[in-house]
Design a protein around this ligand. Structure first.
Ligand SMILES: Cc1ncc(COP(=O)(O)O)c(C=O)c1O
Length: 377
């Protein structure tokens, strides 16, 4: 049997990892500033994480949502505290797409409506509704095509207002990333998020904050949307939540009332996933990782802005996009193969940095030095 060949692969096999360092099968060391698409939040193989997962696996790894799982309650309490949303409710699932799918479904159950506002450049996942709300026709299969999604230009308040004036009573939800990740590290402006909040209030639509990539402390606040000083109705999260163990969730405002069977999943919230989620939050809290992300991120952004060849630096905390001119198309590849540094990319020529939240200033300096050399070719 062959693998279904959907991923363009780098010819590197990672066999060992620790913190923000990984090693390949030949023993070559790399600095990891990508964390496998923003997933590694507390560093690879963090000792507390390994211990907590190992201990849990030796007790019970899985049972379904048909019995009491106190670890889910502990996770909800901890998440409420660390995210500052103690009165919200937690539904656990397995991936970012599933989190967004459930958030959109919840919104539609709530107000009985069908239309969703999404934005140009958005990526919300690959399941049915999530992919329909994603601005990439190439990955939308005919079966996923729907008239229910209204795409609007990003950060355009007039277009948003006009869409509500025209369709207000049909709009179930507005879904937006605090900072677009796949779209090239583009931040939703504070006034735009405030406008979404006020229009959703006015028209009884649901404000869904897709925090799958930009959330979980990466920008210094737990949810980057909260820089706007207004709360979303539903926050979706995944990537950093389990430091590599598949776990996702949606944080749901008190006004939503659950009923049995409304949402569900076989794997979501299993014992091992909750142990992973708890270990991550314990380290984020104990080691002040949100503060570290803010500080090391601000340092990186300041230093990157000083580099002449760089067209633009965007982002917040440890979610950084470095836009390069077309004349420098090979920097990401050179960083990996010549300088042994993992980074991400976005079209057309943006280097994406999404490292673990405990990246040190020394590691940031190592990147800056190598990056400057890579820019010279
Ligand atoms: C903002 C955002 N939402 C949703 C998703 C989908 O997450 P997953 O791949 O876990 O389904 C992603 C993945 O890149 C994402 O960046």
């Amino acid at each position: 049997m062959n693998l279904f060949d959907v991923y363009p692969l780098n010819n590197i096999e990672i066999t060992k990892a620790s913190g923000s360092t990984v090693w390949d099968a030949a023993g070559q060391e790399y600095l990891d500033l990508y964390g496998g698409h923003a997933v590694i939040s507390i560093g690879h193989t963090h000792p507390h994480y390994v211990k907590r997962l190992t201990e849990q696996l030796n007790k019970v790894g899985f049972y379904s949502n048909s019995v009491l799982i106190p670890l889910q309650v502990q996770l909800a309490e901890k998440l409420g505290k660390v995210s500052g949303k103690t009165d919200y409710q937690l539904f656990l699932c397995n991936s970012g797409a599933e989190a967004n799918e459930n958030a959109l479904k919840l919104a539609s159950f709530y107000n009985g409506r069908k239309k969703v506002i999404a934005f140009k450049g958005a990526f919300h996942g690959r399941t049915s509704l999530a992919v329909s709300a994603t601005d990439n026709p190439k990955i939308i299969a005919p079966v996923n095509e729907t008239d229910n999604i209204i795409f609007l230009p990003h950060n355009d308040q007039a277009a948003l207002e006009a869409a509500f004036v025209q369709n207000g009573n049909e709009i179930a939800a507005v879904i937006i990333e605090g900072i677009q990740g796949v779209g090239g590290i583009k931040e939703a402006s504070i006034s735009f998020l405030q406008k979404i909040r006020s229009l959703c209030d006015q028209y009884n639509a649901v404000y869904i904050a897709d925090s799958v990539q930009c959330g979980y402390g990466r920008t210094g606040l737990f949810y980057s949307h909260d820089y706007a000083g207004v709360e979303a109705d539903v926050y979706t999260m995944a990537k950093g939540m389990g430091n590599g163990f598949p776990i996702a969730g949606i944080s749901i405002a008190p006004k939503f009332k659950p009923w049995h069977g409304m949402l569900g999943t076989t794997f979501g919230g299993n014992h091992l996933a909750c142990a992973a989620g708890l270990a991550v939050l314990e380290i984020i809290e104990q080691d002040n990782l949100m503060q570290n992300a803010e500080e090391v991120g601000a340092y990186l952004i300041t230093e990157l802005k000083k580099i002449e060849e760089v067209k633009e630096v965007r982002g917040r905390g440890l979610m950084i996009g470095i836009e390069l001119p077309e004349t420098l198309p090979n920097v990401k590849k050179d960083l990996l193969f010549k300088h042994k540094i993992f980074t991400g990319e976005a079209k057309p020529n943006v280097i994406r940095l999404l490292p673990a939240l405990n990246l040190t200033k020394a590691q940031a300096d190592q990147f800056l030095n190598e990056f400057k050399i890579a820019l010279k070719g």
